[in-house]
Design a protein around this ligand. Structure first.
Ligand code: PMV
Length: 337
């Protein structure tokens, strides 16, 4: 006869869902996108994985060994009701939103793992949120449209972060490379079979909400100046869409450099990022810019294949860490086990 413990595990395993969702890389239009302008984001081949199943209890149990979370427990009617470790806050928030929206409250066992460290700024929190929401919809057999899934996750992310455009959730959900507007008001898949870029981590972890609030403060003080910057960013994002399709990498590089200067005007760049950009340009890249909120995380540079090695070596010498990521990856996927 099976013991109760074994039986619970059998139930969990038989009904568990495995989901994976990609991380993201912001290519153009960061910050302006928070105010309703367009950005270009791509899904990367580094993914997060969520395994979820019912546990027959009245608790949410989370295991995320890479984040130092083991056997974290919370009663299902107490989700988000007190300080939570940051690592599980997005999971708690999205489970709570799901329960609220669909009135279904059962204990869950959730395990996560990731291809990449959350330090790199590839959007692991958003990818985990999207993977968890997808797992819940499959476990409960609730058919959600992509927009419903997006909205559920966007609410959860705003519950935790308070700010953001949702571009990272869009990349996790739809995958590929997207022309995107806040709240998924525009989600247009771009035709992009390649974009020869080098991705380099600056060694400094950035805090996105802090930088978004910093820009909000700057906008409050200098509304006209910031509006002008955002308008210029919008124009270059729309130009980039065309230039990428033509595979005009030199043109893409020029637009990258312009976007970088506008981000410097916004006050979100750093000396380290600028040093890495300059290094890439000196080594033969067509263009370089920071990617994401600024303050640290990654920079990207566009260069021909023939220059890639020289650009990468120069960046390493300047203190950067090359991230071997591929762009234009598949959005969220799931499997029943
Ligand atoms: O720091 P990242 O890579 O998460 O990018 C933030 C991009 C912002 O436009 C600054 C914020 C947002 O939510 O769009």
């Amino acid at each position: 006869m099976l013991s109760l413990k074994k039986l619970t595990w059998e139930v969990l395993v038989s009904a568990s869902i495995n989901v994976s969702a990609p991380g993201k890389l912001m290519l153009f239009g960061e910050h302006a996108v928070v105010y309703g302008y367009s950005c270009i984001v791509t899904a990367v081949d580094q993914r997060v994985y969520v395994k979820a199943g019912f546990n027959g209890k009245d608790e949410l149990v989370v295991n995320a060994p890479q984040l130092g979370v083991s056997g974290y427990r919370k009663k299902v009617d107490r989700l988000c009701d007190q300080e939570m470790p940051k690592q599980v806050s997005f999971i708690e928030a999205v489970v709570r939103r799901f329960y609220q929206n669909y009135g279904l409250v059962r204990g869950l066992e959730i395990a996560t793992r990731s291809d990449f460290s959350h330090s790199y700024g590839f959007g692991s929190s958003s990818a985990i949120t999207m993977a968890t929401a997808t797992a819940l919809s499959k476990l409960y057999l609730i058919k959600l449209s992509k927009k419903q899934l997006f909205d559920l996750c966007y609410q959860a992310v705003l519950d935790i972060q308070g700010v953001g455009s949702g571009f990272d959730l869009a990349a996790a959900l739809w995958g590929k490379t997207l022309l995107y507007k806040k709240g998924a008001r525009l989600v247009k898949k771009m035709i992009l079979d390649q974009l020869p870029i080098v991705v380099c981590y600056s060694g400094v972890k950035a805090d996105t909400p802090t930088l978004v609030r910093q820009v909000a403060e700057f906008k409050r003080k200098k509304p006209r100046k910031v509006k002008q910057i955002f308008n210029k960013i919008e124009q270059l994002v729309l130009q980039t869409e065309k230039v990428i399709i033509q595979k005009d990498w030199q043109g893409v590089g020029k637009l990258m450099n312009t976007n970088q200067r506008l981000l410097e005007d916004l006050g979100v760049s750093t000396l380290k990022l600028e040093k890495l950009n300059k290094t890439a340009l000196n080594a033969g890249a067509y263009g370089a810019k920071l990617s994401g909120a600024g303050g640290g995380d990654c920079m990207i540079a566009v260069c021909l294949q023939s220059k890639r090695d020289a650009v990468e070596q120069a960046l390493i010498k300047a203190g950067g860490e090359i991230m071997p990521v591929k762009l234009n990856s598949k959005g969220v996927t799931w499997q029943k086990k």
